[in-house]
Write a protein that binds this ligand. Structure first.
Ligand code: GDP
Length: 292
């Protein structure tokens, strides 16, 4: 597998987070609800030094609610951890995080012992959006290029409640091949790290097994859902390309364009609410998958 990875800044971020965590009461780790394990950074756990951890399964509006519940149940079994699912554009769940932090660190929050919360997450997971929603104005730069280093910033949410943005860039750490494909499908790693066609084919194969009805509803390339589920993956890819007009002169398919269309449909939610990994599957990948 061809991965051009970005370990360059990683040690700087590790050191910066390690330093910052010393004066932090609660760490919010944002993950993508459609790929919660792959979008987490396992390094963070070592750095947390037993700090209470609030997992935010963000972009839950794009994820399969049944599977989101599976993930919430899974996190609930972990010590010192709470998990909530949300769409960080909405202010009510975002403000509810304040309550969750106070529950995790009940001795903090007040003028003499302010609550200090660090928000961590890989690029594009929605940190800026959440901060903007919580702070109530355009405080953080949203939707900037993944990986553009920002100055660490502190936001005052209310008296005695401070929010810190990730110092540096927390790249995902890919430990199994499938996580790489899932991160690429979500658009969370550099565009050149993976071949779009390969990523789209992997995504299609997964959706064909788990969400054939979503593919049929979006593309209608088979007579019915069971027929779609039976299609060979290259035949399915080609049928979608033709249906969506991703063609080259000579009626050949434009594989790059078709791949981009499919990935865009997944990222934007046009395929409906889908989640591309479950806790059980992720454990299985760790046990048997191609390790990187
Ligand atoms: P950051 O790199 O972690 O700061 O991520 P941003 O806040 O810039 O968000 C990246 C993209 O995801 C933007 O296009 C946001 O509008 C979008 N986004 C963030 N949170 C959510 C969410 O909860 N649901 C959906 N559907 N999109 C979101």
């Amino acid at each position: 597998m061809n991965i051009q990875w970005f370990p360059g800044h990683m040690h700087l971020t590790r050191n910066a987070i390690g330093e910052r965590v010393k004066t932090i009461d609660v760490v919010i780790e944002m993950v993508d609800a459609r790929l919660p394990a792959s979008s987490a950074n396992p390094m963070l756990r070592e750095l947390l030094r037993a700090r209470p951890n609030l997992k935010v399964l963000n972009k839950a509006d794009l994820a399969d609610p049944v599977r989101t519940q599976l993930w919430l149940d899974w996190y609930a079994q972990q010590q010192n951890t709470r998990a909530v699912a949300m769409d960080s554009h909405h202010s009510a769940p975002a403000r509810a995080l304040i309550e969750a932090c106070l529950t995790l660190a009940p001795h903090r929050g007040g003028m003499d012992k302010p609550m200090r919360v660090l928000i961590c997450g890989i690029p594009n997971v929605g940190k800026s959006t959440l901060i903007n929603t919580m702070v109530g104005k355009r405080a953080a730069k949203a939707a900037n290029e993944p990986g553009v280093t920002r100055q660490e910033q502190r936001y005052v949410l209310q008296d005695g409640f401070y929010l810190f943005d990730t110092p540096g860039v927390l790249w995902p750490r890919i430990i199994v091949a499938q996580s790489g494909y899932n991160l690429a499908a979500a658009g969370s790693i550099g565009r050149n790290a993976f071949d779009d066609e390969l990523v789209a084919l992997e995504l299609l194969a997964y959706l064909q097994r788990h969400y054939p009805q979503a593919l049929q509803a979006r593309y209608g390339v088979a007579d019915n859902v069971s027929a779609l589920a039976e299609m060979r993956d290259d035949a399915l890819f080609e049928a979608i390309a033709r249906k969506r007009g991703a063609l080259l002169p000579g009626n050949r398919i434009n594989a790059q364009k078709a791949a981009e269309l499919i990935l865009q449909d997944f990222r934007s939610g046009a395929l409906g609410r889908v989640t591309i990994e479950t806790p059980e599957e992720f454990q299985q990948w760790l046990a048997t998958g191609e390790r990187l």
